[in-house]
Design a protein around this ligand. Structure first.
Ligand code: SF4
Ligand code: SF4
Length: 232
């Protein structure tokens, strides 16, 4: 048992999620993420249960821990009452804390999650703003959305629901500053802000400089796909 496993088992999400795994594979059979990706919740539990730091480190550096969609189907079916979803969250926290997340493509996408969902939450109390739903990232929304995206401000004026109003509907609404202070305090106290900082630092370490991190970010903004950034 090494440092990584020791730290993992201190995590309350791990303690709630792992009650000893039979390796029966029921979780993998019901997992929607396993249907489409090289991912098996049974395999994740098996690696974690081995308490082998080398295997755990390999897992933390891989895409696998980022495929889970947190649907909790595995929890409701597991004969031991395990929650792979919770164990996955504990693994993700560890991967970000030690910078291992930046070794995999799916892990590196945490920069996008941090800069979009995380920063939106701290600024506006909302994970995804209409301004973020660009047609290049969401082509499936089609022409109507393209039109709305390009004419958002005037269309909302026309509907009588201008942008950025307190109590206005949907992702344009402004949340009262007092409530925003509470959100920021929760993020601070639960360690979410330090994880967000660790994402920036881990990416800088992996890509070599802040300028390269910005290039990665710009690549995603402009092309809608971070895989277009070439890792040197
Ligand atoms: S269903 Fe439960 S016991 Fe079976 S492999 Fe998955 S986590 Fe382990
Ligand atoms: S919570 Fe994750 S591991 Fe469990 S079934 Fe859903 S996608 Fe699969």
């Amino acid at each position: 048992m090494g440092k990584l496993f020791n730290e993992l088992k201190q995590d309350i999400l791990y303690q709630h999620g792992m009650n000893a795994c039979l390796n029966c594979g029921v979780c993998t059979a019901v997992c929607p993420a396993a249907e489409f990706n090289d991912y098996s919740p049974r395999e994740v539990m098996n690696i974690v249960q081995s308490e082998d730091d080398e295997l755990i480190e390999e897992l933390l550096k891989s895409d696998k821990i980022w495929y889970c969609g947190q649907c909790f189907s595995c929890k409701t079916r597991c004969p031991r009452g395990n929650s792979v979803a919770s164990v996955i969250l504990a693994l993700r926290r560890l991967a970000i804390h030690y910078g291992y997340f930046a070794e995999s493509e799916k892990g590196r996408q945490q920069l996008i999650a941090k800069r979009v969902f995380g920063e939106n939450m701290l600024k506006r109390g909302y994970t995804l703003l209409a301004q973020n739903i660009s047609p290049s990232h969401f082509p499936e929304l089609g022409e109507n959305w393209e039109y709305y995206y390009d004419h958002m401000r005037e269309m909302r004026e026309w509907w009588g629901v201008p942008m950025d109003l307190e109590n206005s509907p949907g992702s344009h609404r402004m949340i009262p500053e007092q409530d925003m202070e509470e959100v920021r305090t929760i993020y601070q106290k639960t360690g979410a802000v330090s994880l967000m900082d660790a994402v920036e630092k881990g990416m800088e370490k992996k890509l070599g400089s802040k300028a390269e991190v910005e290039k990665y970010w710009q690549t995603w903004l402009e092309t809608g796909d971070s895989r277009n950034y070439e890792i040197k």
